[in-house]
Design a protein around this ligand. Structure first.
Ligand SMILES: Nc1ncnc2c1ncn2[C@@H]1O[C@H](COP(=O)(O)OP(=O)(O)O)[C@@H](O)[C@H]1O
Ligand SMILES: [Mg+2]
Length: 434
């Protein structure tokens, strides 16, 4: 059940920071159908230990349904603890998952929790029109009419009057500056390059890892610069296999073979992550995202004391990101690039049991997702031998991770998941259309 909103009436003066307090600005860093995501810098007065000023939490505000966002949070916590259990259960699972990071889920604020918003609005500068919305709600104003708030998507979408629900997690650090500068120079239409470098939102760059877009995709759709458009953004920039290899080459100075090794390593990690979601978390992983972001830490402490207390109860989340580097040259090359591999966005995940429909549901979700996962290669396609070989290697690497994780968990309840059947059905669906 969701909390009923309590109207907290605070004098407007209380919402204004006193001159001695720092004003910390919320900034929008991402948006999707379910939520709008803001970064919230950490106040040195609200953390238990001193932390870097660059530390940030990510706050996802519900756009329409606080229930969907709550579901997101529950799945997020479930996946966090499933990763922890898998790593603790088997050394092999820990190795397979070593390069995967998950933003730590920290807290959930229910829609209409005006007490939370009152505290938040004190030292923070919220973006307009959210700020106005909070002022009207919390300031006890009689302006019940939303029309003065403009076309805000956030804050007026849930039931009348309720401030949005908030899912708080650690922020994924953006790609290093060198990576985003390279991506702009390489792929932005020439007439937009200067504007793209100057655009501060490109500093929030994350790149989606589309291992299902092999070279065949590039040769059909044309490699290289974006077709002329009016707009270029690095928020959720899509990296096909070729673009990913090029980025790795630029970041590391590694050989072409070295970059291909990193790409296969990501495929194996993706397979292992999907197997954990299916077998341990019992979720179909629908619409989850896999991205490259920055590797710099520091955001782990990016929470208020209340948030820490709330999370400590449910899981020791900090352990998720506090691992030693995995062995192997591919994972070392990834680490040296200043980039790291993250899993996020769980609001569309559906529970899968162990009945006959479970594998079908998981296979549907596999194909519904953006093309993050490598695709099973099919000889009958019009691909060249080189393209087929590359797809085969990537798919094999993914399957190694998926089945490797399943067999590592054989002796736990997760061992009941029919992983081999899932892989067979994916191959059959794509290659034989059944
Ligand atoms: N913890 C985070 N750190 C940094 N960026 C994030 C974080 N969570 C989400 N984002 C960004 O915000 C976008 C929207 O968030 P997401 O969870 O995908 O919302 P939706 O469910 O609406 O798609 C993501 O694609 C990503 O770019
Ligand atoms: Mg999303």
């Amino acid at each position: 059940m969701y909390k009923t909103a309590t109207k907290v009436t605070a004098p407007v003066a209380e919402l204004t920071p006193t001159p001695s307090e720092p004003v910390l600005v919320w900034r929008e860093i991402g948006a999707g159908a379910c939520g709008i995501v803001y970064s919230e810098p950490v106040s040195t007065t609200t953390v238990t230990t001193p932390t870097k000023r660059s530390s940030c939490a990510a706050l996802k505000l519900s756009r329409h349904s606080p229930h969907d966002l709550y579901h997101d949070y529950r799945c997020h916590v479930g996946i966090a603890s499933s990763l922890q259990v898998s790593r603790a259960t088997s050394r092999e699972a820990a190795t397979l998952l070593a390069s995967l990071r998950l933003p730590s889920p920290l807290n959930f604020v229910h829609a209409g929790d005006n007490t939370w918003w009152a505290a938040r609005s004190r030292n923070y500068e919220l973006p307009f029109p959210l700020q106005e919305r909070v002022r009207l709600e919390i300031g006890g104003s009689d302006h019940g009419d939303d029309s003065s708030i403009g076309s805000a998507a956030v804050g007026r979408s849930q039931r009348d009057g309720a401030l949005p629900a908030v899912l708080i997690s650690t922020r994924i650090p953006p790609l290093p500056q060198r990576a985003h500068a390279y991506l702009i120079n390489a792929y932005c239409a020439p007439h937009l390059v200067d504007r793209a470098h100057a655009d501060g939102t490109n500093g929030d760059a994350l790149a989606r890892v589309y291992l299902g877009r092999g070279r065949r995709y590039e040769s059909r759709d044309g490699e290289g610069r974006q077709a002329p458009r009016r707009f270029f953004t690095l928020r959720n920039f899509g990296l096909s296999v070729a673009k990913l290899e090029d980025l790795l080459l630029k970041m590391n100075g590694v050989t072409k073979e070295g970059a291909a090794d990193v790409v296969r390593h990501l495929a194996t990690t993706m397979g292992a992550a999907l197997a954990v979601m299916h077998s341990v978390a019992k979720l179909d992983a629908r619409d989850v995202e896999f991205v490259l972001g920055g590797s710099s830490l520091g955001e782990r402490a990016a929470v208020s004391m209340n948030d820490i207390a709330a999370t400590a109860k449910s899981l020791a989340s900090s352990q998720l990101n506090a691992r030693s580097d995995p062995p192997g040259t591919a994972s070392t090359a990834l680490t040296q690039s200043g980039m790291a591999f993250y899993l996020l966005d769980f609001n569309q995940c559906r529970h899968i049991g162990r009945d006959n429909t479970a594998v079908d549901t998981a296979v549907d979700a596999f194909f519904v997702n953006d093309p993050y996962y490598p695709r099973p290669p099919c000889r009958s396609d019009s691909s060249t031998d080189g393209e087929y070989d590359e797809e085969r290697k990537l798919w094999d690497a993914f399957v190694d991770g998926y089945l490797g994780l399943c067999s590592a968990m054989t002796h736990s309840e997760a061992g009941m998941w029919p992983g081999a059947k899932f892989i067979e059905q994916c191959e059959r669906r794509l290659c034989h259309g059944s």
